[in-house]
Ligand binder design. Structure first.
Ligand SMILES: Nc1ncnc2c1ncn2[C@@H]1O[C@H](COP(=O)(O)OP(=O)(O)OP(=O)(O)O)[C@@H](O)[C@H]1O
Ligand SMILES: [Mg+2]
Length: 341
């Protein structure tokens, strides 16, 4: 396959898992806390939680991993089980439609197992209620029969550790959130951390990546290891076809230019949004739905995919009255910001 037969441009810097990510990500997942790059605070705290549980020979508190897509939540969930020497059962919020689905999973757990529920904010309400009883009392109430004759039969659940992952912790109900003993807030990665992720992946995938090349890719990876790994593969494809396979700074630059990714990792849609804001609305404030229409996208895409990075890059601000372009946004587009704002 050549570099231009891959995903569409829009997907190259998507923080979500797309296309071939799934296969390659499994092989790139770090397997221990020491191998896990960055997130120093989370790693230290988690290290203590796991170590003390091991010493007490008990299952650790339930753990919530919260943060934007592609920052390593699933990787951490597997690491937790590995570090504990425990088996892991994997499911996800959307997969648990009925409380009965969850009851079956819970009652099949063995002592010390890790139950990983991805996208836990999407779990159905009745299942959620069952889950928090199980988390606290290690018990599920299975309702037998219907109507006035229905009875709840309590079943014991082996002491387990729930690891929940969510990109939207704000959507969790209070009672569920309160039952996690430890919440890890994952943060975007620095460029240097991404450079380390890139060198590690390059080694595993047997890609010839120079320090300068890693620097170039790291800078454009939007603080997200998943994007870094994807850009690395795109650059590799490019290098195989157009260069001698070595990812130098020049090769990386040329490769990423093909995908319309600029020096700070903005893609075409990010640029469109900024330009609409600056040129179409004099820098705002403008409502997100108006902005979405101006660039022909869904509001949700703008809010969940485009804005978080623009805000973090200091290019856009969300205010009560709407979105505004910052001074840096004007400068990034090569324009002079208006004075007296
Ligand atoms: N700290 C890290 N060190 C090394 N590689 C990492 C790290 N975090 C993430 N990765 C890489 O990024 C990929 C995506 O990470 P992961 O699937 O764990 O993210 P996630 O937070 O679960 O994303 P989502 O919200 O989409 O489920 C992994 O396959 C792994 O290769
Ligand atoms: Mg995940």
């Amino acid at each position: 396959m050549t570099y231009d037969e891959h995903e569409s441009d829009e997907e190259v810097v998507s923080p979500y898992q797309v296309g071939e990510d799934r296969d390659v990500e499994t092989s790139l997942r770090p397997k221990s806390l020491t191998e896990f790059v960055g997130q120093v605070r989370v790693r230290d705290q988690l290290g203590v939680v796991l170590e003390s549980a091991k010493r007490r020979d008990q299952a650790p508190d339930h753990i919530l991993l919260s943060g934007p897509p592609g920052l390593g939540k699933t990787s951490l969930a597997f690491i937790i089980a590995l570090e504990l020497g425990a088996s892991i059962r994997v499911t996800s919020g959307p997969a648990i439609e009925r409380a009965g689905d969850l009851a079956a999973m819970l009652s099949n757990l063995a002592e010390g197992d890790v139950l990983f529920i991805d996208e836990i904010h999407r779990i159905a309400r009745p299942a959620e209620e069952m889950l928090y009883v199980a988390m606290e009392d290690f018990r599920v109430d299975v309702v037998v029969g219907k109507g006035p004759g229905a009875t709840a039969i309590p079943l014991d659940v082996a002491p387990f550790t729930l690891v929940g992952a969510t990109t939207r912790s704000g959507l969790l109900t209070g009672p569920l959130r309160d039952r996690f003993g430890f919440t890890a807030h994952m943060d975007f990665y620095s460029k240097d951390e991404l450079v380390r992720v890139l060198h590690r992946s390059a080694r595993l995938l047997e890609i010839d990546l120079t320090d300068e090349g890693a620097d170039e890719i790291g800078r454009r990876s939007r603080g997200t290891p998943r994007i870094a790994n994807r850009l690395l593969r795109r650059a590799r494809d490019f290098a195989q076809v157009r260069a001698n396979g070595v990812l130098t700074r020049e090769v990386c630059r040329a490769a990423l230019a093909v995908y319309d990714i600029d020096e700070i990792g903005l893609d075409r849609l990010d640029k469109l949004v900024l330009e609409a804001l600056v040129n179409g609305f004099a820098g705002g404030p403008v409502g997100v739905s108006t902005l979405a229409i101006a660039v022909g996208e869904e509001s949700q895409t703008i809010e969940e995919v485009v804005e978080p990075f623009l805000v973090r890059a200091g290019l856009l601000a969300r205010t009560q009255r709407g979105r505004i372009a910052t001074e840096s946004a004007w400068q990034h587009l090569g324009l002079t910001p208006p004075t007296g704002r």
